[in-house]
Structure formats: C-alpha cells, structure tokens
Ligand binder design. Structure first.
Ligand code: ATP
Ligand code: LTN
Length: 327
C-alpha cells in the first residue's frame, strides 16, 4: 500500500517560484512512490474578496500550471475543492470541535487580518477548520507544505486527536512534510517577508508565467545589501534568498556556487540568476501554452481527479456523521 499525500494550493493571485520551489516541485517528485491527491482550494480563496470571473479563470490556470509542472493526471488526482461538497460539510462538523482559542493562535490569520482590517471575514478566521477537513477526509499520511502552513497541519492533528478521543479512532493523524531548503522563499522587494501570491507589489515575486524580460528586471531590482560578497549568509536575507533560489534551480552545492562567484559583484550574480530562472521555467511555460490551447483537456482531468477523490471523501464523511449522530 502506497502512503497517501494530500496538499492544496489556492487559485488566487499568480503562482510564483516560492510555490514552485516550496511545494509543487516536491509534489511532482513524489508521484511515483506515493499516492498523491492535490486540491485547488477555491473555497479557501474566497476567505478574502475575489472577482468571480478572475477566480474561475485562475482555477483553470493553476490546474494548467500543475500539469505543466509535471503533475501527471494518471498518477495524481488533481481536483477543485468546491466540486466535492464533503469538504464544506466536514469543515462545519470540525468547527464544532475546535475551541476559539486554538484558532486565535494562528499566525496566518493574524497576518492576513491585519492587512484586511475591518473587512476580515469569519471564513478567514475559520480557514484552518476547512484545511483540517481537506486533509482528514483523505486519511492523508503526509502533507507537504511550505513552512507557513505547518501550524495549520499541527492544528489538524489536534482536532483529529480530540475527535478520536471523544468518538474512538476515526481520523488518521497526518504528518507535515517541510523541505529544509526552499520551504520559505522570501519576497524580492522585502526579503524579511515570505514571497506571497497576495502581495500586490509588482517586483515582489517571480511568477511562473513571467516573460524573460520581466524576470530579468525583477531580479536586477531585488533588494540586497551594501556589501559585495556573494555568500550564503543568513544574516543578509536579500542575497541569501537569491542564492537559495539559484541553488534550487541549478541543483548545485553551496561551496560550488560560492566558488563560482568569488570576487564577483551582486550584478554579475543577478544576471546569471535571471538566466537560470528563465531556463528553469522555459519547459513549464511551453507545456502550459500547449495545454491552454485546449482547456477542455484540463477540465476532463479535473473531473477525473474529482471522481477519484470523491469516493474517498464520501466514505470518511459517512463514518464521521454516523459517529456524531447526524441524520
Ligand atoms: P497567499 O500568500 O496568498 O496566502 P501563498 O503564496 O502562500 O498564498 P498558497 O496557495 O497558500 O500560496 O500555497 C501553496 C503552497 O506553496 C503551500 O504549500 C505553501 O506553503 C507554499 N508556499 C507559499 N509561499 C511560499 C514561499 N514563499 N516559499 C515556499 N513555499 C511557499
Ligand atoms: N492553506 C494552504 C492551502 C491548503 C492546503 C490544504 C495545504 C488548503 N488546504 C490542505 C495542504 C493541505 C495554503 O495556504 N498554502
């Protein structure tokens, strides 16, 4: 029996190299030895305001990017969260087992609600309950995520344990899987903040569909410091972040990279980095354009993914409802 992986990505904003290096790349790599389920979490996306037409087109764009990045629909089930009603149903049930205090500790909520101020929805506060439902419906063994989501996976374990202790063994406890390097790619404009889809500043992130010129211009503008040495030094977050990106795209070791740029300035390094990213994204971009010539193929793969996922989700939901005494 293969171990099962579940992960999710929001169809909001533009997918960036942080999402790719921190998440998607690992999903692609694990497809053969693990059973993969990937969810495009549109219900999570509406926890903050979205333009309906844009949201719809982003769902297909994200799916296209996942397939273009190498997710194989024969090996992995990719589906849209709102296509399976069990997610919303289980989230409601879990809500009733999650103390307010647990939710109040969530740093993502604190950060996102600060940006939104008075517009903050109950949905944004409740985001982790829906995420717990996503994971627990599929009895996932592993949940590969970036560092920012670890707290949510831990909360998922907490609510699963709480439910199990009341009703007996029901949910499997998932393990978060966080790759050491690349788990937290930082913003190019501000290397103290994680690269994020919701950041509006144009020079903040490299998007997977950025043109070569856009990539060059963003990298050349990236914030560094006034020193010159191209070295992996975490106390200099700007250059460190760029070096991490370089390392992940080339697969080369730190000493090797440092040796290559010894005595060279940031400008030389940035020019090289931009080219490495452009080449790294080229196959993905051309595959994406091919796929988007006929989006019905993407829709078909999503429908197949949903039908595989639905049968698992509905089984779990039936057991849970029965234990709680519903219906
Ligand atoms: P937002 O900032 O709008 O919440 P996001 O950029 O965090 O969005 P998600 O869809 O929430 O994107 O995340 C998809 C996956 O990418 C998750 O596994 C997440 O942990 C990972 N991820 C997101 N940002 C980064 C980053 N800067 N570095 C590494 N991994 C990241
Ligand atoms: N909250 C996650 C997206 C997400 C997810 C999930 C990840 C929703 N449901 C279940 C893993 C498992 C994020 O913002 N990256």
């Amino acid at each position: 029996m293969k171990k099962r992986v579940f992960s999710g990505i929001q169809p909001s904003g533009n997918i960036h190299i942080g999402n790719y290096l921190g998440a998607i790349r690992h999903w692609v790599a694990s497809q053969v030895e693990l059973e993969n389920i990937f969810c495009i979490v549109d219900l999570h996306a509406i926890t903050v305001p979205q333009e309906p037409k844009i949201l719809k087109s982003k769902i297909i764009e994200v799916a296209g990017l996942l397939f273009a990045a190498g997710i194989d629909p024969k090996l992995s089930a990719v589906f849209v969260q709102s296509h399976i009603s069990a997610h919303a149903e289980l989230a409601w049930i879990l809500n009733c087992f999650m103390p307010m205090g647990w939710m109040q500790r969530m740093t993502q909520f604190k950060e996102k609600s600060q940006k939104q101020k008075e517009q903050v929805s109950v949905g944004l506060f409740d985001y982790p309950a829906l995420m717990a439902a996503d994971i627990l419906l599929y009895e996932a063994d592993f949940v590969p995520v970036g560092e920012d989501q670890k707290q949510h996976v831990e909360l998922t374990r907490d609510v699963a344990q709480r439910f199990n202790s009341i009703y007996g063994e029901t949910f499997k406890l998932p393990e978060p899987v966080i790759s050491e390097i690349g788990a937290r790619i930082m913003g190019l404009d501000d290397p103290t903040k994680k690269m994020s889809k919701s950041e509006k500043q144009l020079s903040h992130a490299i998007h997977l569909l950025d043109s070569p010129d856009a990539i060059r211009s963003k990298i050349m503008k990236a914030t560094t410091d006034s020193l010159r040495e191209v070295r992996f030094d975490e106390s200099r977050p700007g250059i460190y972040n760029l070096l991490v990106i370089y390392k992940l795209f080339t697969g080369r070791s730190r000493p090797d990279i440092e040796a290559q740029f010894k005595g060279k300035g940031y400008g030389d390094f940035k020019r090289e980095l931009a080219e490495v990213i452009i080449e790294g994204l080229r196959p993905l971009q051309s595959r994406y354009r091919e796929l988007m010539d006929d989006p019905t193929r993407i829709e078909l793969w999503l429908a197949e993914g949903a039908s595989k996922a639905r049968s698992i989700a509905e089984k779990t939901l039936t057991i849970v409802k029965d234990k709680v005494g519903l219906g």
